[in-house]
Design a protein around this ligand. Sequence first.
Ligand code: ADP
Length: 264
Amino acid sequence: MTPSPEPPLASTPGAVPSLEVKGLAYAYPDGTQALYGVDVTIGRGERVALLGPNGAGKTTLVLHLNGILNGGLGEVRVGGLQVDPKDKKSLREIRRRVGIVFQDPDDQLFMPTVREDVAFGPANLGMRGAELDRRVRDALGRVGMLDVADRPPQHLSFGQRRRVAVATVLAMEPEILVLDEPSSNLDPASRRELAEILLSLDVTVLMVTHDLPYAAELCPRSVILSGGVIAADAPTRDLLTDADLLKIHRLELPFGFDPAAALR
Ligand code: ADP
């Protein structure tokens, strides 16, 4: 395993954070309280893993980042802009700034060719011609998928489709890339290739994952969400070497994985 490089990463001092979540509390319409006052700030250029057991509130938190869920207490700001579901114009900008890559790439790819899928978002923003081509080429180049631009997404492997899904989001030049279980269902080579791609991107990342070695490799910082509250927020190295903390929050390292050795 490649140890996490030291942050190139470190958020720029004084810069507006990519993400600020303050006092976020939310109950679903059936009364289930999923979040109880979540505070987290992610600086520009940071890569942060969001860890936590099933039912912790991770999805609920992510769905607040671009206003899909709303109506609770607290506030969310992306690059300084407040998520306000009543303001349709600013919500459009929020959705450009928050690039969510869902677990199943097939939820994100629906056009006849890869190129059209990647062009879809920027074209919706009104981009055309050479500028649009540049966006598409740039996004596909960043995930190493330029050579499949004219193929139908459904003819690609699962790993390639996930990379294209990342490109559809990168084409929007997001403020923050939110990845939901990016390593799920990938074979070891595809998993490693995606890690190399993610490490090469110059973008703020929030990665929801149960794959603790992947968090160790990619994210210098991790946040544990448990029972709807932030239970820990610290260097990934410190969290993954705290056996009691992991146990309390039902987080398990794979057999034989030694975080202290991997993150020396
Ligand atoms: P995670 O993504 O960490 O597994 P979720 O955000 O999906 O957690 O869920 C947090 C809590 O909210 C859980 O108690 C879950 O059962 C509940 N929940 C999730 N979605 C809904 C929903 N649509 N209606 C009611 N409760 C929900």
